[in-house]
Design a protein around this ligand. Structure first.
Ligand code: ADP
Length: 622
């Protein structure tokens, strides 16, 4: 098909040759016809002239030459009329004119249909698809520009070649089956592997149609092809990265969640479905999340939902899920807002199943609490003398005041006013000793941490009171500087008191081995607008540089009878309160132990969350 267009569409130089040959032939025919006495219809040969000009593809030239040939035929007839006049000559002239006319008409019609076909072929050439036609013997008869680009061979190189050997086609199924389907349905489509002219292997998406002639006999296959190598590669890469992501999500138990607002449409990754315990047929929605939320944590999730509706930049919520089979999961969702268009935004986030971590942390918390209790009881043993003093001192005062009250009353003229004052003092002392006993009892008790707001200055003061006797016994001068205004913190009073007593006792012991003045300076001061600091400074032996890095390690001790658990427990307690504890060696000597604690913010649920173990704050930054 294409070859015929290429033959009927000669280059400019070919056209000139054709026109030259046609002109020569026309002149020769005219001379022979007009000047020779030959008694034959020589003018019929003008049809060859017309056909030669038609080969140039020009309709106008063909018609013009046809007219010229007809005129030459008539002139030739007239010139030869004198010599060879007769009925035969006229008949030959008419016959020649008829032949020229019919041939010209057919040539012009042929040219018109060729032009139409040529336009269609040009359109096929314009498409990016590679269009190839090959006959049933696999020989290529048409090869468009797209095919040249996809396979690398030009039309001239490809036409006449066997299609499948030229491109080394690899079929997905046996070619016979493809042919059967083609004969049955008239079409086939599938993916083939082929080799380009430059040796590169390409994947082709191919659609074949069977072309039948007027009698319905199959004559050729028209194939439309697209190179999908890159697309396939990209799809494979995408599939691989999706598989990686799914694998990583499964391993880390982290699902992805997206929510578009204001409409609230949600998207979950496979792992998110699995965390919520839903099948893939379920449509993700906030209601579905609520359905799975633990009833006790509904408020947390609803609050996060409200935050999303309000468009806060980041949402961070930890809560529990209660699955239909009774399983409880701890999850932590962190999501960021991305703005899609004015008034519309999307949250994209990670939903982490932190059940294992949370349970481990809770177990750790329990162990820490038990260990802290053991240490408290041990400390109480060490503080026995101080405690006895703290309790007996007010009791002795009560006795003294009782005596005085009796004396005031037993006077001949009882001094009721003085006696009342003595009794008031007795009540104050009794309250003080009962408060001390209450503190000692709570320190000795085994209990779960309970977080409450408290004044840090009062806590430091009380802790110092408990070790006052120790300080006296070890000849330690204590100086207390409490920052103003008093700092409010949120924490477990007993645990924090344990930390302070531990630091104070360590300071006392560190000063035991040194001579000279023993100074203990305790201070509270604001660290920044969100934190407060407690400093415990002593004039003891200080911290050796090689010990500095392991002071807070469990079982590290430099004391003969030490256990090495005190500072380690202090660190766990302070970290659980969202704070930090560290030791320094000040240039003036001794040691400086510092505790940094977050100030209490009324809406801050962090510290309480640690105690409850069911909200965020399972891992606190220091
Ligand atoms: P223990 O008191 O049983 O040794 P701690 O954990 O309380 O356990 O202390 C660990 C170690 O830290 C102590 O043995 C001591 O070497 C060092 N240390 C603690 N406080 C001080 C201090 N104020 N000055 C010097 N060293 C200290």
């Amino acid at each position: 098909m294409n070859e015929s267009f290429r033959a009927g569409d000669p280059a400019l130089s070919d056209s000139r040759i054709l026109l030259g040959a046609a002109a020569l032939l026309a002149v020769a025919v005219f001379l022979i016809d007009a000047l020779t006495p030959l008694d034959i219809a020589i003018a019929v040969l003008y049809v060859v002239v017309v056909l030669l000009v038609a080969l140039t593809g020009s309709r106008r030239a063909t018609l013009a030459v046809a007219v010229v040939c007809a005129v030459l035929t008539v002139i030739g007839f007239l010139l030869s009329k004198g010599a060879h006049m007769g009925g035969g000559s006229l008949a030959r002239c008419v016959f020649s004119l008829l032949a020229i006319g019919i041939t010209s008409l057919l040539a012009v019609r042929n040219l018109a249909s060729n032009a139409r076909l040529r336009e269609q072929v040009q359109m096929l050439d314009m498409t990016h698809d590679a269009i190839v036609v090959y006959d049933l013997n696999d020989i290529i008869t048409f090869w468009n520009h797209g095919a040249e680009e996809v396979y690398g061979w030009t039309a001239a190189q490809a036409i006449g070649q066997p299609m499948h050997s030229l491109t080394q086609t690899r079929f997905p199924i046996p070619p016979e089956r493809i042919h059967e389907e083609l004969l049955r349905n008239g079409r086939w489509d599938g993916e083939l592997e082929r080799v380009r002219r430059d040796g590169a292997r390409v994947v082709i998406s191919s659609r074949w149609a069977l072309w039948r002639d007027g009698a319905g006999k199959p004559v050729a296959i028209i194939a439309t092809n697209n190179d999908i190598t890159e697309r396939q590669r990209a799809e494979a890469a995408l599939a691989q990265s999706e598989a990686f992501l799914a694998e990583a999500q499964q391993l880390s138990k982290t699902g992805s969640i997206a929510m578009r607002l204001p409409e609230g449409a949600m998207t979950w990754s496979d792992e998110a479905y699995s965390i919520f315990g839903y099948g893939r047929d379920v449509q993700p929605s906030a209601e579905r999340v609520i359905e799975r939320t633990h009833p006790e944590d509904l408020a947390l999730v609803q609050a996060a939902r409200e935050q999303a509706r309000a468009g806060v930049p980041q949402i961070d919520v930890a809560h529990r899920l209660l699955l239909p089979d009774g399983t409880v999961k701890h999850v932590h969702l962190v999501a960021r807002r991305t703005v899609a268009a004015a008034g519309r935004y999307e949250y994209v986030g990670a939903l982490m199943d932190v059940t294992d971590t949370t349970l481990t942390q809770q177990a750790l918390q329990r162990t820490l609490s038990e260990l802290a209790h053991v240490m408290r009881v041990t400390t109480l043993g060490e503080l026995a003398a101080s405690i006895a003093h703290e309790v007996t001192q007010p009791i002795a005062a009560i006795v003294t005041c009782g005596d005085s009250a009796l004396r005031w009353l037993n006077r001949p003229q009882p001094e009721v006013g003085e006696a009342t004052e003595s009794i008031r003092q007795m009540i104050r002392d009794a309250r003080r000793s009962s408060e001390i006993i209450r503190q000692i009892r709570s320190m000795a008790q085994k209990r779960d941490p309970s977080y409450a707001e408290m004044d840090l200055n009062a806590l430091v003061d009380e802790s110092l009171a408990l070790v006052r006797r120790e300080l006296q016994d070890h000849h330690v001068e204590a100086e207390l500087r409490l920052g103003e205004p008093p700092a409010l913190i949120c924490g477990d009073r007993i645990q924090l008191q344990q930390v302070l007593i531990n630091l104070l006792m360590n300071a006392v012991q560190a000063m035991d081995s040194v001579g000279g003045r023993r100074c203990l300076r305790v201070a509270t001061r604001a660290a920044d607008e969100r934190h407060v600091r407690v400093e415990v400074r002593d004039s003891g032996k200080g911290i050796a540089p090689e010990d500095a890095g392991r002071l807070f390690n469990a079982f590290f001790t430099t004391k003969a009878d030490g256990m090495g658990m005190g500072l380690s427990i202090c660190r766990s307690i302070i970290e659980a309160h969202g704070g930090r504890i560290w030791a320094e060696s000040p240039p003036e000597g001794g040691a400086l132990l510092q505790v940094l604690l977050p100030l209490h913010e009324p809406d801050d649920g962090d510290a309480a969350g640690v105690a409850g173990g069911n909200t965020k704050g399972a891992s606190h930054e220091q």
